[in-house]
Design a protein around this ligand. Structure first.
Ligand SMILES: C[C@H](c1ccccc1)n1cc(-c2ncnc(N)c2C#N)cn1
Length: 289
């Protein structure tokens, strides 16, 4: 896996599967940071593996998606530090795929919102008639739009472990009643607004997950990446196969046909890489992001 880029003025502190986290040079740790830099790589992940090779332009395209939605949803406080607010300069070579953000006390809750019945939700519904404890009407099919979006939070496991679906009541135990209600209400609001905007452009946001944190003044802000095709399922409303995702379906389908899930996944062929890059670009164009 390609290593974290060296960035003038910034020290690397943490790696995700496809992103890197930096603090200003000389900052002892993330807790004492006055600003952070989230840098998106071109890596694509599937089945908990960072795949090879990287998808050219993916980091920039996903950063454009987050920036687009932070702008569209400007009524929701977020963690972005604008270029006008000064701070450590962001070098041009990473600027288009990075987000300059304020450090927050992050809540240990993955705020998942589902607007459609798909993936693990569909599997659970077939067994129990509900999703994460939320009862649903009978007779729904895979890919169906839910009568209304549902909030199905998960406990944010330490890096490298799987998040664990929890009940709303368990989020109350984790963060308190007031914050739990705010996280739920903001998550449903942001998903509902974004899904409506996307649908006007023939794009379906089937589900997504948000992360929130609290700033030094106690204000709750939406953080991390927002409504990217890494954190959300995007479908093409104009496609025949309603659940054709805008990006990862190509990679997932190829892996399903060429990998037995044993050991590490094979290197993606050039044709798959270029088609995936084209789908990312098509999503950006369709949304006008
Ligand atoms: C999961 C993600 C991550 C990204 C890149 C590499 C490894 C992890 N991450 C984001 C924070 C974070 N912490 C404090 N304040 C913030 N505003 C944010 C944000 N966003 C911590 N981790």
């Amino acid at each position: 896996m390609s290593g974290a880029p060296v960035i003038a003025g910034w020290d690397h502190v943490s790696s995700g599967k496809v992103r890197e986290l930096y603090v200003p040079t000389g900052t002892p740790d993330i807790r004492s940071a006055s600003e952070l830099l989230l840098v998106a790589s071109d890596r694509v992940s599937a089945y908990d593996f960072a795949l090879e090779p990287p998808i050219p332009g993916k980091g920039e395209l996903l950063t454009r998606l987050s920036r687009f939605w932070f702008t569209q949803l400007s009524d929701v406080p977020n963690h972005i530090i604008g270029p006008s607010s000064g701070g450590t300069p962001v070098p041009a070579e990473v600027e288009s795929r990075s987000m300059h953000v304020m450090p927050l006390e992050m809540f240990p809750v993955e705020c998942v919102v589902r607007g459609y019945l798909v993936g693990s939700g569909w599997a659970e519904y077939q067994q129990t008639g509900s999703v994460c404890g939320v009862a649903l009407p009978q007779g729904l099919s895979n890919g169906d739009r839910l009568p209304e979006p549902i909030y199905t939070p998960a406990y944010k496991a330490p890096q490298g472990e799987h998040d664990e679906n929890i009940s709303y009541e368990q989020t109350v135990d984790l963060v308190g009643a007031d914050v739990a209600a705010t996280l739920r209400d903001l998550s449903l609001h942001v998903y509902t607004e974004a899904a409506a905007i996307a649908l006007e452009r023939d794009v379906v946001i089937a589900d997504t997950k948000f992360e929130f944190g609290q700033d030094a003044d106690g204000r709750i802000r939406i953080a991390d990446e927002v409504l990217t095709s890494d954190s959300s399922r995007y479908w093409d409303a104009r496609a025949d196969g309603r659940t054709d995702s805008f990006d990862k379906q190509i990679v997932r389908d190829w892996l399903s046909a060429n990998w037995d899930r044993q050991g590490t996944p094979p290197v993606l062929p050039e044709a798959i890489v270029s088609r995936t890059a084209a789908r990312y670009a098509e999503l950006i164009e369709r949304l006008g992001a």
